[in-house]
Design a protein around this ligand. Structure first.
Ligand code: PSU
Ligand code: MN
Length: 343
């Protein structure tokens, strides 16, 4: 029943589009293996607010069934803010923009689906050609949001310049993708297992790539995922969804083809436990260096998240859920404000 991506090139019959849909979508081949959920398609065709959501957090970031419940509550927060959620993932080699409940369940229950892949840009061709299932990281979620013409994407934490990057070269593909996808990414900072005390490195790298980082009030600080302050300031700050939307709209008017990061601190009540979580992160990282996981590329993050969960008896999971539910609400509000401006 799902409509094909090619419908992005022409509005679906019966729908009248008031603007040409994202020019990026012209890059899509008629036979591109992409299915857009009818509800998302309809919202895009009518310029209604849509928020993209990722699925690596489902497939590799949280245990079952909390992962599925969180994906659902995040979608529900987007709806409460007045926008349509578009959770993106790969099912049997087809990119889904907007997952049906049974598809989300299939990605979430990894014990029944152990070969599900964590998808960075480099993995897409192979994973699709080999008909795999996959969770999209920020990098691939950004790509498909941009293709579909979705302006806003909410997540927990994005990748950054990782520990020891000067020797490991481990810099997340998320950063480069932000330099080519015109999407506002709403997050609580870079993910916890990065060297938060050195998040200036990620900020510097983003400056080089031309990607603005905007703290979403009430402070100028760049947040630190589990805690509200990293000790570094973002170059910009806004305090309301309308100002955030105006930045994205200005980018669009100028034809600026890169994205922007809106950095939203974790809710205040999680601040004190955040300090404790950060200590568990340090311990897990030392363990991963000793057992070699830290040198196994994309496996490192899922292992560390699981280990921090064990070390903190699940407190890290509760904080993680709280911060992503929060960015979902803010993302929904920004998308609503953007639709008003553009409409
Ligand atoms: N932060 C989390 N959990 C996650 C991720 C980030 O707390 O699962 C995921 C996001 O999808 C992000 C990805 O895009 O990790 C980055 O992976 P890497 O650092 O390997 O590029
Ligand atoms: Mn990496």
């Amino acid at each position: 029943l799902q409509r094909r991506a090619v419908l992005l090139l022409r509005p679906a019959s019966g729908l009248r589009s008031r603007r040409p849909i994202s020019s990026l979508s012209a890059a899509l081949n008629e036979h591109a293996p992409i299915d857009i959920h009818p509800e998302v398609q309809d919202a895009l065709a009518h310029q209604r607010p849509v928020v993209a959501l990722e699925t690596t957090i489902v497939t590799h970031g949280m245990p079952y069934p909390k992962n599925r419940e969180t994906a659902q509550s995040v979608e529900s927060n987007v709806r409460k803010a007045g926008a349509i959620p578009a959770t993106i993932g790969l099912i049997e080699g087809r990119v889904k923009i907007g997952l049906a409940p049974h598809e989300l369940e299939r990605l979430a229950d990894v014990s029944n689906n152990p070969s599900v892949v964590k998808l960075s840009r480099r993995d897409l061709g192979a994973a699709i050609a080999l008909k795999r299932d996959g969770g999209t990281t920020c990098s691939t979620t950004l790509m498909f949001a941009a293709l579909a013409g979705i302006q806003v994407f909410s997540t927990g934490g994005l990748g950054g310049v990782h520990r020891g990057a000067e020797s490991t070269m481990d810099i997340s593909a998320d950063l480069h993708e932000l330099s080519r996808c015109p999407v506002g990414l709403v997050s609580a900072g870079v993910k916890s297992i990065l060297d938060i005390g050195r998040s200036y490195r990620t900020l510097e790298y983003l400056e080089t790539l031309g990607v603005p980082v905007i703290s979403y009030g009430p402070t100028d600080d760049f947040p630190a995922f589990y805690t509200r302050k990293s000790g570094f300031k973002s170059p910009w700050r806004v305090d309301d969804p309308e100002s955030a939307a105006r930045i994205l709209h200005t980018h669009r008017q100028l034809g600026i083809s890169n994205g922007a990061i809106f950095a939203v601190p974790i809710p205040e009540e999680y601040e004190s436990v955040g300090q404790e979580l950060q200590r568990a992160v340090e311990q897990a990282i030392r363990e991963s260096e000793a057992n070699g996981v830290s040198r196994r590329g994309k496996e490192a993050t899922p292992w560390l998240l699981k280990r921090v969960g064990e070390l903190t008896s699940g407190k890290s999971l509760r904080s993680n859920i709280a911060l992503i539910e929060n960015t979902a609400t803010v993302g929904g509000q920004i998308a609503v404000a953007y639709a008003r401006l553009a409409g």
